[in-house]
Design a protein around this ligand. Structure first.
Ligand code: HEM
Length: 161
């Protein structure tokens, strides 16, 4: 009985040209399939998007030196860091409601406090959750967080005092 041959973009077929291969082509019984697997090495082939169900503690560690290299220039992916989580925003930057350029300002860098200033946990879970490729430590934020003064104002409404 024949079997279904599944093509993968990672596999490069090396059968003779006169017998071109078709995706999902059925092989005859006994026919030997010759596929030489050649891993397609992009610089990020080891950092795919991780499923939302992956817990943050289980994200693979990516050294900060690698994160900084992903600045979206040339063939590079575009990564940003929120807290300790590395997000791949290469495609998402074009869909960002706040505009593309604001994300591009944080190429390969940390943007934690800016991120939490404009977004909440719902956006973290619904969108950023699917853009995670790993976790890291030690990646710098290009802007110092402005000082905020808290606790000097009385809580509540006391105009009738
Ligand atoms: C993975 C990265 C990001 C995701 C998933 C994301 C997602 C979003 C979403 C869903 C909105 C619309 C919010 C709403 O309508 O309530 C938004 C708006 C916005 N985002 Fe992002 N964002 C990302 C990165 C960033 C970064 C790095 C900045 C830098 C400061 C930023 C700044 C903003 C701003 C300024 C707005 C517009 C807020 C407004 O119009 O009120 N975002 N973003």
């Amino acid at each position: 009985m024949g079997r279904i041959r599944l093509a993968s973009f990672r596999a490069q077929r090396t059968l003779p040209k006169e017998k071109p291969m078709m995706v999902n082509e059925k092989l005859d019984a006994g026919e030997v399939e010759q596929i030489e697997c050649v891993e397609v090495k992009t610089e990020d082939s080891t950092n795919p998007f991780l499923p939302k169900r992956t817990k943050e503690k289980d994200l693979p560690f990516i050294p900060p030196t690698e994160v900084r290299k992903r600045d979206g220039k040339g063939d590079s992916r575009l990564w940003i860091v929120v807290d300790t989580v590395v997000l791949d925003v290469t495609e998402y930057q074009n869909q960002h409601p706040g505009g593309r350029s604001i994300i591009a300002g944080f190429r390969g860098q940390d943007c934690s406090w800016q991120w939490w200033s404009f977004h909440d946990r719902t956006i973290w879970q619904s969108i950023a959750g699917s853009l995670r490729v790993g976790r890291t430590v030690g990646v710098e934020n290009p802007h110092r967080r402005p000082r905020t003064i808290v606790g000097l104002r009385k809580h509540g409404f006391d105009d009738w005092d």
